[in-house]
Design a protein around this ligand. Structure first.
Ligand code: PMP
Length: 387
């Protein structure tokens, strides 16, 4: 018995070991495991905690949620400055990305993306019976090559283009004028992934959705809002695209606890802003400390930093034994660690450990032609991460 060809041949989205698994492997207390590898927020917003207490007292879950999620949709629309009819909810941005790929990537069709970028675009293209063509970011700062990207999209008659902005893992922001240029000239659906937009000073491309009719924005509450475990993502689309996507969205794709917590978080956006301000402050502090220690640190518009280390594998191994889990990059980012910014206390622990390592300047970042394997973290036993 065989699954569909595209499933049999699929290289799956990797397993990232949980805290318990890491603690067991390294003989640590679970509380000692600090995740610097998942680009999440270190804490829970006070309004979310309070809502959780209320939910625990009331009890919840015997009934189905409202499948239109009207209040949550309205709050997302307000927060994003779009109409409610432009919003499509996903069980995490991952599901939202799957929805748009399922709907707009034809059988055997091509999606293009500038790599290194978020590894899920390739997996999702392949699991939906298409493929992804990669356009390497070859400049010193890993910025997007618009002409090359549009050229490759044209040659392959691409249905879909993914632009992650700011980009995971390179951390750079593509100016909105560039995004608009792509929207004007690309004939397929342009998906702009703004998972990290709250950490950036550049604005959102959401205004382009209706203007060009072919732009979809991918967002999540997993990063700035600190709700990764609750799985709440959304798309901002032209209304006509939202209508198509809502036809294939599972009616109850957000569970009622997540729905309530998302409503609480979006009703108190000043708490999210305080979280973002604190993390951006820490990001800048860590970047200068590491720079002073001699490490090459790349500019970042996100909640993580790319840090060039002389012995990245050795540093990774030494850190994880102490419970400090960072992400070791590969491919064009070989020799680089991706470090998620956490709270001050945890960041200080990491800085103290990194002070024992040797840095390497940004100048010698090796550039290669292929994006293959770039997002593979060297987790214990060679498992590949996906966050
Ligand atoms: N887009 C990007 C760029 C990401 O880095 C991630 C997660 N790391 C996601 C989307 C998926 O987010 P979610 O948790 O909402 O599925």
């Amino acid at each position: 018995m065989k699954a569909r060809k595209c499933i049999e041949e699929l290289m799956p989205y990797g397993y990232v070991p949980g805290d318990e698994d890491i603690a067991r492997r390294y003989g640590l207390l679970v509380s000692k495991v600090k995740r610097f590898d998942r680009n999440t927020s270190p804490g829970i917003l006070p309004c979310v905690k309070e809502e959780l207490r209320g939910i625990a007292q009331e009890g919840i879950g015997n009934e189905y949620p409202d499948s239109r999620y009207e209040e949550l949709t309205r709050l997302i629309a307000e927060y994003s400055d779009v109409e409610p009819g432009q919003v499509v909810l996903g069980n995490g941005a991952d599901e939202a990305i799957d929805l748009l790929t399922r709907a707009y990537l034809s059988e055997g069709g091509v999606a293009v993306a500038s790599t290194p970028t978020f590894s899920f675009y390739k997996v999702v293209s392949e699991m939906n019976g298409g493929r992804m063509v990669e356009v390497p970011r070859e400049s010193e700062g890993f910025s997007l090559d618009v002409e090359e990207l549009l050229g490759v999209a044209g040659e392959n008659d691409a249905d879909l283009m993914f632009v992650c902005n700011p980009n995971n893992p390179t951390g750079d922001f593509t100016p909105l004028a560039t995004i608009e240029e792509i929207a004007k000239r690309f004939g397929g659906l342009l998906a702009i992934d703004e998972a990290y937009i709250e950490f950036s000073e550049g604005g959102s491309a959401a205004g382009l959705c209706e203007k060009y009719g072919n732009v979809v924005i991918i967002r999540t509450l997993s990063k700035a809002f600190g709700l990764a475990g609750m799985r709440i993502g959304y798309l901002l689309c032209p209304k006509k695209v939202a209508e198509q996507l809502n036809k294939i969205r599972q009616p109850y794709n957000i569970n009622p606890v997540s729905e309530r917590l998302a409503i609480a978080a979006l009703s108190n956006t000043q708490e999210m802003r305080e979280n973002v301000d604190a993390l951006v402050g820490e990001r800048n502090r860590i970047a200068s400390s590491l720079g002073e220690m001699g490490f090459g640190v790349f500019p970042s518009s996100t909640n993580f930093l790319l840090v060039k280390v002389a012995d990245a594998q050795g540093a990774f191994d030494r850190l994880i034994r102490k419970g400090l889990v960072v992400r070791k990059m590969e491919g064009v980012l070989e020799g680089i660690l991706r470090i998620t910014v956490r709270g001050k206390e945890d960041n200080d622990l990491l800085l103290a450990e990194l002070a024992r390592e040797k840095g390497a300047g940004t100048k010698n970042v090796r550039k290669g032609a292929s994006g293959e394997g770039i997002m593979g973290a060297q987790m214990p036993a060679g498992e590949e991460g996906s966050a």
